[in-house]
Design a protein around this ligand. Sequence first.
Ligand code: UD1
Ligand code: MG
Length: 436
Amino acid sequence: MGKSIWAASLIATIIGVTVNVPLPDTVYVSIAFAILASVVTWKTLPRLAMTFVEARVSGVDVLKRDRPLLPEAMGFPTAVIYLIAMFCFIPFPFINWFDGEARLVHEDNPMIGTFPYHKLGQILSAILAIQSMVLLGFADDILDVRWRYKVWFPAVASVPLLIFYYTNFGVTHVVMPLQLRSLLGELVDLGPLYYVYMVMLVIFCTHTINILAGINGIEAGQSLIIALSIIINDLLYMCNNTDRESLEAHLFSLYFMLPFAGVTAALLAHNWFPARLFVGDTFCYFAGITFAVVGILGHFSKTLILFFIPQIFNFIYSCPQLFRLVDCPRHRMPRFDSTKRLLQCSTVIIKPSNSLRAKLGRLILKILYMLGLLKVIKWDDDGRLVECNNLTIINLVLARLGPMSEVNTTRTILGIQVLSSLFAFFIRYKLVQYVY
Ligand code: UD1
Ligand code: MG
């Protein structure tokens, strides 16, 4: 299954980029790098597995009967291979400047003949942000940093990106939806708040992948689907628009997304059930920041958010536990029933506290229950909730459709991710005329 996903995603990517879109040669170079990086990742990871286990960078696969010890943080070598591919790719968009000519520049462009340093700066700042995030992610995997500290890691890594944005675009206004234009005007300048928005986007993208985790194939699987969605969106945009600035923005996105899809597909093949390795927090952070980078510098952050619908739902659903209104155990992954070899939703015990926090938590749980979004395992004699499922989309799916095998749980969640992407395309290309 893993192999077929790997092959199918690569083929889909290749077919996707070759259909009817007049693409610059650099995209084909990027596809070549994507395939090469994918093959190198596919071959390298199993060779590094033992080294990681011996260095005790490992974790127990808790949802298996024999609980095997697997190498952890394999997103690190994956990201390193990706970064090397990106380093080698850097000269290609600028290849025409190496012989002293400026063939890529349009006649009407005032920068004829001058090297586009801003473009180089854009690529370098993006790589620097991704590299910083990979470094911090690996530190997290090795040191198991507490959530209260690691929640800010992406903000640190986003600094190079924000500095580039400030010095090159500096655009801080947003286009208002049609319905609000009579009140607020067509454009609203958010000023410094726009930078806060960008930092929040980076924090959101990185951590929401990390909290939709815990079963084989889920972290890399969701990332691959989001990456392919972004690639398809880039191609659709390039088909339908001809203005140079947008084309450049979506080309930039393709340069980063194609190799990312390549290495992620190879990682997924090894992480698919039954996993031979874990991707680690390094991969979740690496994926999240790569998406945020292309969304911000490619100027399509709103479309990017549309591809995160399951992650948004999972984050909002998780909030009572993330903000400790309800107890949050260290791990919220499903529970393994070793006799049936099936997964069930894991549960949390609600403490009988009378603090304001606990009361608010119980109120939210009651609302979720009334909405059909909570499985209550136990009530006490006074009708108070005592035990319910952990608040993640994986546990909710298992509460509603389970018990299920681990691989079917992953398939179901990834199926939801695909449907959400289709819905996102529908909003982006069909409903958008009613909003903008
Ligand atoms: C996040 C989640 C946590 C979830 C964990 C699973 C929140 C707030 N935190 O924590 O609830 O349990 O991810 O990754 O939502 N593992 C498996 N099978 C897998 C993947 C992971 O058994 O397919 C286990 C392994 O023991 C592995 C560990 O999860 O070592 C990794 O957990 P870690 O990434 O450190 O957890 P967090 O990201 O902190
Ligand atoms: Mg994790």
